[in-house]
Ligand binder design. Structure first.
Ligand code: ATP
Ligand code: MG
Length: 405
């Protein structure tokens, strides 16, 4: 029944040339994220999304649109002729179709096409009166109506709608640089990824796991997480999954159990930085959150990040756990994150990890490992690479089969 979807987007901070870039990125991302099932064009501070032949505006399409960052709200609309009777009949059709027979409404008509002979004020009044005749149990409320029925008479096209479905806003992906998210199987890092995507960042994901103790199920969980994230992402989403066991064994053999977690995190950061540079990422993102666990005291955050000179973004650092949990439920990653499969074998996790550490000391330990750099390069070259788009794995391969560091 709908002809197109009217998209509103926030223009705050997007003036002049930036605004044009914002709009064209957004239109491009809409088409990509909806798998080329729609066309997008701009009219007057709005974007109009029209389904291609054989496609229609249904719940699935609206749900996909809701996930495009940069969109503030969406409104499925019916196109009308520049003719009073046609406008009136289509409003009636819209209300009947939605089964709206009681409650209050207001007509809000805007006429930018001044060739249309009826002024907005008269349109509001006359349409209001005619709707009341057709639906005797509706009433008019101009201050706080249940249904705000919009009529837009524009040069290019005219239409009616009343739904205004709020979306996530943010910036179109691609407007804010590129980063690599350190994605564990936990609750936090997928939320961190989502937040930075919403700020317009292009992303790829890097995960570490410990085969053979946690193989298929861990990989499946990680892939499910990135499939979910890919629903918000217009481009191919690359996920690098790194078999970390050899490095973990070398660290374990140092016999400094309380520092092993910090040493592992430092190694993860070095490997991730290398991969990030290789994929043109400008920064790393983690789900770290200043808190109680040993890896996330301020002292350890300092010594962990000392392992790389790359910028590390920690969008969740000041969040409450409950806020993160709520967010992960809202975006759909929570149910996957609570699957029990661990990203790292428990055998490599210290019982009493140090809450304080010093870089000098850690560097000394690292020097005791025989050719740590080679070991780190080797595991990186064994990474599994998954290419994901719109919730589906397109292909997967071993890193060194396609690209070697
Ligand atoms: P999360 O819920 O994201 O796992 P967490 O509260 O469990 O976070 P930690 O396990 O201390 O916290 O991890 C802190 C951050 O380090 C994670 O958010 C993630 O960005 C990164 N990280 C930890 N383990 C891994 C891993 N196996 N692979 C990739 N990144 C990891
Ligand atoms: Mg974790």
């Amino acid at each position: 029944m709908y002809d197109f979807v009217v998209i509103k987007y926030s223009e705050i901070g997007t003036k002049g040339k930036n605004r044009k870039v914002f709009e064209s990125k957004l239109m491009n991302n809409i088409v990509l994220q909806l798998n080329h099932k729609v066309n997008a064009k701009k009219i007057y501070g709005r974007i109009i999304v029209t389904p291609k032949e054989n496609e229609k505006i249904d719940e699935t399409m609206l749900n996909s649109l809701k996930k495009v960052f940069g969109i503030k709200s969406i409104s499925p609309a019916i196109e009308v002729k520049k003719d009073y009777e046609d406008i009136k009949n289509n409003i009636i059709k819209l209300l009947k179709n939605k089964n709206i027979i009681s409650g209050s409404f207001k007509i809000d008509a805007r006429r930018t096409d001044k060739f249309f002979p009826i002024r907005s004020f008269d349109l509001n009044k006359n349409l209001g009166a005619d709707i009341l005749k057709e639906f005797p149990n509706l009433s008019v409320d101009v201050h706080n109506p249940d249904y705000l029925i919009r009529v837009e008479i524009r040069h290019e096209v005219s239409f009616v709608y009343f739904e205004n479905i709020e979306c996530f806003a943010g910036y179109p992906v691609g407007a804010g640089g590129k980063a690599s998210i350190m994605l564990s199987g936990g609750i936090d890092s997928p939320v961190a990824a989502w937040i930075m995507m919403k700020r317009g960042m292009k992303l790829n994901a890097i995960s570490f796991y410990s085969p053979p103790s946690n193989n298929e199920k861990t990989i499946m969980k990680l892939i499910e997480l990135s499939k979910k994230l890919s629903e918000y992402y217009p481009f191919k989403f690359y996920h690098y999954i790194i078999p970390f066991t050899d490095v973990q064994i070398a660290i374990k053999n140092l016999n400094v159990e309380s520092y092993s977690l910090i040493l592992q995190r430092r190694s993860m950061l070095r490997i991730a930085s290398k991969l990030a540079k290789h994929t043109n990422s400008q920064a790393l993102i983690t789900g770290e959150n200043l808190g109680q666990v040993a890896s996330q005291t301020l002292e350890n955050m300092i010594t962990i990040s000392d392992a790389t000179n790359m910028l590390i973004l920690r969008p969740l650092v000041g969040y409450e756990k409950l806020e993160i949990v709520n967010k992960s439920q809202e975006i759909g990653t929570y149910d996957i994150s609570i699957w029990p499969y661990k990203d790292s074998c428990v055998a490599f996790l210290p019982k009493n990890p140090a809450t304080k550490s010093y870089s000098d000391k850690l560097k000394k330990y690292e020097e005791r490992i025989n050719d740590l750099e080679k070991l780190e390069n080797d595991v990186l070259n064994k990474s599994l690479v998954y290419v994901i788009k719109n919730g589906r794995v397109l292909e997967n391969y071993i890193f060194s089969d396609n690209e070697v560091l």
